[in-house]
Design a protein around this ligand. Sequence first.
Ligand code: C2E
Ligand code: CA
Ligand code: CA
Length: 582
Amino acid sequence: MQAPSILVIDDDISSRFSIEATLKSLDYELHFANNYEEGWAHYLALAPCVAILNLSHFDDPERDMLKRLDLPIERPNNIIVLVENNSEHAMEACYELGINCFLKKPYNVYEICGVVERSVALKQLQNQISIDKIDLERTRKKLVAGTTHDALTQLYNRRLMNDHIEILVSKSHCNDTRFALFYFNLDDFKKVNDTCGYEVGDQVLVLIVKRLSALLRVGDLLARMEGDEFILAIEGVSNLDALALLARELLNTFSSEFKVLDQVVYITSSIGISVYPYSGNSRAELIKNAHSALYKAKSAGRNCFRFHSNKMKLKVKCQIEIEQELVRALANDEFCIYYQPKIHRKTRTLCGTEALIRWCHPTKGLIAPNDFIPIAEKSDLIIEIGRWVRYEVCSQLACWQREKFPLFPVSVNVSGKEFMRMEVLQNLIDLFLEFDIDQRLLELEITEGTLIDSVKNDNMDYEIIRGMDVRMAIDDFGTGYCSLTYLKKFPINTLKIDKSFVDGVVNNEADASIAKTIIAMAHSLNMTVVAEGIENEKQKDFLFDNGCDQVQGYYYSRPLPVEDFERYARSFIGKDKTRSIP
Ligand code: C2E
Ligand code: CA
Ligand code: CA
């Protein structure tokens, strides 16, 4: 059978690259158009199975743009439109034209694949159903099964909730955030159906959903998993008390009766709660643990909620303690910096280093940043820690300069919260003056998320950054949703390919093509590409063979205390000045 054809109409190269990288590994025939006029011409000529249209980068108001396009087709239900999260205008205009499939930014690989697969399946199904054999009921059922919503309540169905949880897991993993699942099961719902009939039962479900939905915030997602079971996914969880409060409010919505078709129904619900990452790292584990918490709530007498484990509460308590200890650590100078070497493709020698903080805890030993930076980021402690790191690195550079030690650029990580405050730049200006070091020796690593936030908030003075010689790198590139528009707005020098792609370059086609795409894109924008987390020779060979400029990872060296790093650096310039490594 011929592969389904997909037409991508997109004027943003980076977005096109990422869609291509995502869909390439699936069995589709891909076509691309760089602008809308060309796109519609292709649409008519190719009659693709599905078209993806990016509406995110219009300068004109989208509505006018769409009218001008003068869509050549009636009810184009095979078009997927990519829109900004808040583009109500664009969506409204699309609805008017009969387009109703959207992918809102930020979206990721899973979402693109999911939406495209569903649209292709739907289109193929429509093609199969020949007009003369219309069995309306069967067709409707087939179509509903292929879509994403529950027909009774209009909520997301199980399938879409499963996709959503997968996305939350990867997003929360990357951003180091938490999310919660509330697993609802109505108490004795069967009785309602048995005594009042299914019609009343159905209407009660609709009313319950209305009441629950009224308490949800933007971003919370409620889905009907089956019968009387619902899952609510909540992002941005800061503490368990807030979740407990919400659970109580949700249960309260059941306290008054439901009136349906002249009947009065009383019903309650039980809720089991799991929280990523404490209750598990995968969708399956999180659902399983929310479900087992639900059964704890049922055996505790119903009409109540239970968390999946008490250990979870302990962990949250621990975080508060760590925060207090961090204050002490700053005062007692308990931090130190490790330096991880970067190796250059052409020379195969040391060409730079990343400064990574460590906490030398008086009783617990060396603590890795992942165990305390996310906690520091939740309070203003990160600001103090960031200042400490930059001071330490600048004073180290000054020391190397004095001792005539060969100088390499050093990158430091700057967290979003710090970067959003312009004082990072002022702090650097002060440090450069104090230590009299070359600004080009310092590179700031920020994540895609930080870049997007700072462009969106528009409180950043780009001219100050442009006026400085400090280099800027985008860390963990590929895991966020950065578009070319953002990259161009900022003076970015370097893209760092995230370790998650490096892990897969040898065995996973999609990761390999994403890595190649990032390299090509960076070079086309005159940027340097660094791959991080190289652990073996095959990964190193793949990246160097494909033009990646620098690599960093355990294959060459772990992050080292300063004396060990100096020894490592000297090994390149020892007796044999040309020494390099494979
Ligand atoms: P990152 O910026 O992505 O740093 C790279 C992390 O990957 C480092 O972990 C490094 O030790 C580790 N790594 C490097 N090569 C390999 C490899 O081949 N295999 C594996 N498995 N890991 C590798 P580390 O030092 O634990 O740092 C973790 C994160 O903590 C950093 O991720 C960064 O986001 C944050 N961080 C570290 N230092 C600072 C700092 O001074 N300020 C801020 N705001 N964040 C920091
Ligand atoms: Ca980094
Ligand atoms: Ca990184």
